[in-house]
Design a protein around this ligand. Structure first.
Ligand SMILES: [Fe+2]
Length: 287
């Protein structure tokens, strides 16, 4: 295996060629990939044809424990991809048809166009997400990523001191409604309870400090809501400066791997009524 690494953004991120997730599964290859992920936070790994669902799951399990669906689907969501490990991030219903514009399941998916970190609303958080491109729209639908270690490093010392020791509550439903989705039913709300995490944590592998915020953040523990929202807005405004953003343009067969404990990301708009974007995610978790 001979890897070529091309940096995609001046501060982080890389495209890795010469790595095939179907075959480069030995411990040395996995260790090499993890080192690159620790350094670059997000890595694109192109393949000529998309991984099968089985290949996607099998490779992800080599990086760490894989998240499996632990709660029922949103009411009415059909199962297009019958694998507990795969999160269907497409705009397709259970029968492979594009969701109508007013469909609440599409509204919840569109909420992922806000900046977020996957599974921050779980106590057992996501580590790496592996997103595989099966069909990409002709325009739009890029994935944007920010390395939140760099953002933290650049914060003024006064802000770093202010953030010290703060904990935030992350709630899946908060970001769904914020992103334009309807209020969940009580039954739906009960399937995804909130979780609390430090606003700043030490990245487990690189040792760097990370600003851990997301659209899932509902409040900061012990802080009045208006003050918390102002602080979060200020942090978000700092983080989403163009100089920090990688905008990744997809090609079918690409797998983009990002470290949720080091980054935040979002999907961008595309014409989801006339074009298909078929992306599938497998997510590793902390334990
Ligand atoms: Fe996401």
């Amino acid at each position: 295996m001979t890897l070529q690494v091309e940096q995609l953004h001046p501060l982080y991120s890389a495209k890795i060629t010469g790595f095939d997730m179907r075959h480069d599964t030995d411990p040395e290859s996995i260790a090499a990939l993890k080192s690159l992920l620790d350094k670059y936070a997000v890595c694109a790994v192109p393949h000529d044809i998309p991984l099968t669902n089985e290949e996607h799951i099998a490779f992800s399990a080599l990086l760490g424990p894989v998240a499996r669906k632990s709660s029922p689907n949103i009411s009415g969501t059909g199962v297009r991809l019958p694998f507990n490990e795969i999160v269907d991030q497409s705009n397709l219903d259970g029968k492979g048809k594009i969701y109508p514009d007013q469909d609440k399941r599409l509204a919840y998916k569109r909420a992922n166009r806000q900046w977020h970190t996957d599974m921050s609303f779980r106590s057992n958080r996501a580590t790496w997400s592996l997103l595989s491109a099966h069909i990409v729209p002709p325009k739009g639908g890029e994935t944007e990523v920010i390395d939140m270690r760099t953002v933290y490093d650049d914060l003024p010392e006064k802000m770093k001191t202010r953030l010290n020791g703060l904990e935030a509550e992350h709630c899946y439903w908060h970001s769904r409604v914020l992103g334009g989705g309807p209020e969940p039913t009580p039954e739906e709300r009960a399937t995804r309870p909130p979780a609390q995490h430090a606003l700043v944590h030490d990245h487990p592998r690189s040792g760097r400090k990370v600003l851990y915020i997301a659209s899932h953040v509902r409040c900061i523990i012990g802080m009045p809501d208006d003050e918390a929202m102002d602080l979060l807005q200020e942090l978000r405004d700092i983080a989403v400066q163009p100089k920090y953003i990688l905008s990744y343009e997809w090609t079918v067969g690409d797998v983009l791997i990002w470290d949720n404990l080091a980054t935040m990301h979002r999907g961008t708009d595309f014409d989801d009524q006339n074009h298909v974007r078929d992306m599938r995610r497998v997510t590793c978790r902390e334990y």
